[in-house]
Every structure is written in structure tokens, then in C-alpha cells.
Write a protein that binds this ligand. Structure first.
Ligand code: KG4
Ligand code: ZN
Length: 340
């Protein structure tokens, strides 16, 4: 525990900082759900030329842009530093150098401003994107968290009460999108490019495998990626839109089948999406269809809340501050931090 005096109520303004990967973000949120500002500076164009995130470049980028991004978040929120009641930063999982920049800055601001510091789990913050936009979501709910680094099904029984029901045994869903797009020479990040290309293709043109349908809530995307690559090697003149649509359909089918299964198992009140892949048009459409068919609520965060941002960090921090208090300034970062 930090010995900085603190208190938290609905009016407490939390400054959130997110630097776990290649987005430098800062936001001011009150009461856990009221977003006063959310600024995101993406390095995606810088990393695109390397076909993926280069950790060393990412941490240097955060060093250059974090201070201006924080300043902009304060200006856009219409508050000055004396009105901030707590500072939070993502402390893991993520790239170690990138995490260190955000956490060190948050701790420095906490000391200078005399307010508590809260270290936030990046996966937990993705889960909170749903509450930010839909604070009335009732428990229990199932969240399908799909990003470039993670694919997991999480049962949320209450604030801070999670159970990881299953996850990927190899590639994350976003990673599969990025690797297939890279092999097809489409660019980086591959998810949005495949999403758009798939709109003009036939999802039933090629029967790609749906892996591990017999395993309850776990996923595997590495075999699918290999199947796409083998298909393209054997059929170099294949229609790219059909390949994209058929690949995407295989990913989405498995994600939806297992999310429904998980929701049924815990009698969930709602199924939610989180993480960068939650921006996928086909996944969003199919999740809503599934919710309609199963008679449960569906919640899709807006596209800006699906990808990395600091509003979700500040939101988690507010709930955690209320439940468990500040994080010690002696605590560090954990690149391999898990959920729960
Ligand atoms: O959550 P995120 O911003 O970063 C982390 O990995 O934490 O997710 C980025 C991932 C990338 O793999 C990207 O290709 C994927 O999300 N993505 C998408 C779409 N937009 C982003 N995947 C499929 N369809 C999309 N529209
Ligand atoms: Zn993320």
C-alpha cells in the first residue's frame, strides 16, 4: 500500500495511462464509467513497415509521446492536474519496455500530485470496455476477449470476479488474421484488411477447418493458418476475397459456437465482445444473431473501445480503488500477467 492519503467516490477523476503495446493512450474518467476524455496515439503506421510491432521502437515511441498525450487528455477533459484523484497505468500483460514507460510515468505523477497509483491488468481493462458503454450490464456474463495477443472466454460473475473458461492453445485470433494477411501480402495489421476484403468474397467458397469443436472452451488457430497457407500455395490464382471470407468464416464460426456454449453453461445474462478483433464486422453480426437466437443480451463495444485505449484502464482503476485500494509504488510491471 502507498502511504499517500486517498479517498474515492463518484466524483473522483482517475487519469488512466495505457502503453502495453503500440498505442500511447491517456484518459480521464469519473465514477468508473463517465469518460471526460480519451486520447489515443497509435504507432501502427511506424510498425506497419516491419509487418508487426517492434518492441524497442514501441517503447521509444511511448517515451516521445506520453507526456503530450497526457496533457491533451487533461485539456480535453477540462481539468487541471490538481483535480485528478488517482493515476492508473497498465502494468501487464504486454511488452516489458512499453509497460515500464507507462507505469514509471504514472508513479511519478502519483508522487508529484500526491494521489494514489493503481496498477491495472490489461485483460481486465478490455473486459471493462463493456461496462464503460453499458454500465447496467447484469451478471453473470460471458466476454469473448479476442485481440492480437489473446483469445479467451471469461465468465464475469461481478466486478473483479472472473473465471477464465478457456483460451487459445496456440495463436491468438488477431495473430491468425495478421499472419494470414501477411502471407497474402495484404499489409499490417491484417484484421481490418481481411475484414474489408471478405465483404466482397464468398465465405463458403473454401471449406477451411473448424478446430477443436469437441474441446469445451479452448481454441486453436494455428492449424487454420497453415491450411490457408497450404491452400494458397496449391492455388496461387485463388480469388483473394474468397480466401479472406472463407478464412474469416472459419474463425468466426468457432468463436461464436464456443461463446454460446460458455453462455449456456453459466446461464449468462449477456454475451459481450472485447479486444481488437471485436471490431470485426462478421463477428459482431454473428454474435448479435446468436444472442437473438438464444434470448440473451448482446453487447458490442464501439470500435474505439475494442482496441487499446486508456478509458478502460481508468475505469478498472476506479472499481479497484473502491474495492481493494491503491497499488504499492514498490510494485513493478509483469509482462506475463494473467487474469484472475
Ligand atoms: O486489442 P488490440 O488493439 O491489441 C492487442 O493485441 O492487445 O488488438 C489488435 C488485433 C490485431 O491482431 C488486429 O489485426 C485485430 O486486432 N483487428 C481485427 C480487426 N480490427 C483489428 N481483426 C479482425 N477484424 C477487424 N476488423
Ligand atoms: Zn489489448
Amino acid at each position: 500500500m502507498s502511504d499517500i492519503p486517498w479517498s474515492v467516490d463518484e466524483s473522483t477523476r482517475v487519469l488512466g495511462i495505457e502503453t502495453s503495446c503500440d498505442e500511447t493512450a491517456a484518459a480521464v474518467v469519473t465514477g468508473g464509467t463517465n469518460v471526460l476524455s480519451s486520447v489515443v496515439n497509435s504507432q501502427v503506421d511506424i510498425h506497419a513497415r516491419y509487418g508487426g510491432v517492434v518492441p524497442e521502437i514501441a517503447s521509444r515511441g511511448h517515451l516521445d509521446t506520453l507526456n503530450p498525450v497526457v496533457a491533451q487528455a487533461l485539456v480535453e477533459a477540462g481539468v487541471d492536474e490538481s483535480e485528478i484523484g488517482a493515476v492508473a497505468a497498465t502494468c501487464g500483460p504486454g511488452l516489458v519496455g512499453s509497460l515500464l514507460v507507462g507505469v514509471a510515468s504514472a508513479k511519478a505523477l502519483s508522487l508529484v500530485w500526491g494521489v494514489p497509483y493503481v496498477g491495472v491488468n490489461h485483460l481486465e481493462s478490455h473486459l471493462y470496455a463493456a461496462f464503460l458503454e453499458e454500465p447496467d450490464l447484469e451478471f453473470p456474463l460471458v466476454v469473448l476477449l479476442v485481440s492480437g495477443g489473446h483469445t479467451m472466454l471469461v465468465a464475469v460473475h461481478g466486478h473483479g470476479r472472473y473465471e477464465v473458461m478457456g483460451g487459445t492453445l496456440d495463436d491468438a485470433a488477431g495473430e491468425a488474421f495478421d499472419k494470414v494477411a501477411r502471407f497474402m501480402g495484404l499489409g499490417y495489421p491484417g484484421g481490418p484488411i481481411i475484414d474489408e476484403l471478405a465483404m466482397t468474397g464468398d465465405p463458403e467458397a473454401i471449406k477451411f477447418p473448424r478446430a477443436m469443436l469437441d474441446r469445451d472452451y479452448d481454441f486453436s488457430f494455428s492449424g487454420l493458418k497453415t491450411a490457408v497457407i497450404n491452400y494458397l500455395r496449391a492455388n496461387p490464382d485463388a480469388n483473394a476475397a474468397d480466401v479472406a471470407a472463407s478464412f474469416q468464416a472459419a474463425v468466426v464460426d468457432v468463436l461464436i459456437i464456443k461463446t454460446r456454449r460458455a453462455a449456456r453453461a453459466i446461464e449468462a445474462r449477456a454475451m459481450c465482445l472485447a479486444g481488437g478483433v471485436a471490431a470485426n464486422s462478421s463477428l459482431r453480426e454473428h454474435l448479435l444473431d446468436a444472442c437473438m437466437a438464444d434470448g440473451v443480451r448482446g453487447f458490442l463495444p464501439s470500435r474505439s473501445m475494442c482496441t487499446d485505449n486508456a478509458a478502460m484502464v481508468a475505469s478498472v482503476a476506479w472499481y479497484n480503488l473502491r474495492q481493494t485500494g491503491p497499488t504499492s509504488l514498490a510494485s513493478g510491471v509483469n509482462p506475463g500477467l494473467s487474469l484472475g
